[in-house]
Design a protein around this ligand. Structure first.
Ligand code: CU
Length: 113
């Protein structure tokens, strides 16, 4: 039996200077924004990573993605559930990833503990 551990990605940034755009893998590589759907601008955007697979995010302002490497790829992995145990109820793990401010990331792998 499989179940998923949910993670949140938290983007902290100056909202006047940056934003967060969810893009495709191709757009991620080329730093292009082909759709403005899902552009986040609050300055503290929390994205729940609920489904396994790759997610790509870039800053859509000016050439920040190209020139400043403001881009993030996450890989959310499915987790095989451990044997049921009263003391191991970690079905909701919420570490945070501080993008854009703390880290310059090329690739980030979310490993499930
Ligand atoms: Cu930016």
């Amino acid at each position: 039996m499989y179940r998923f551990v949910f993670y949140d990605a938290v983007f902290n940034y100056a909202s006047v200077s940056h934003n967060v755009v969810k893009v495709s893998g191709t757009d991620f590589q080329q730093c292009t924004v082909t759709s403005s759907n899902g552009t986040l601008t609050s300055g503290r955007d929390v994205i729940a990573l609920q489904t396994p697979g790759r997610k790509w995010y870039i800053c859509g302002v000016a050439k920040h993605c190209e020139l400043r490497n403001m881009k993030l790829v996450t890989t959310v992995l499915p987790q095989m559930a451990p044997a049921p145990s009263p003391s191991a109820s970690n079905t909701l793990a919420v570490p945070t990833i501080y993008g854009f401010v703390v880290a310059l990331f090329g690739s980030l792998l979310l490993l499930l503990a």
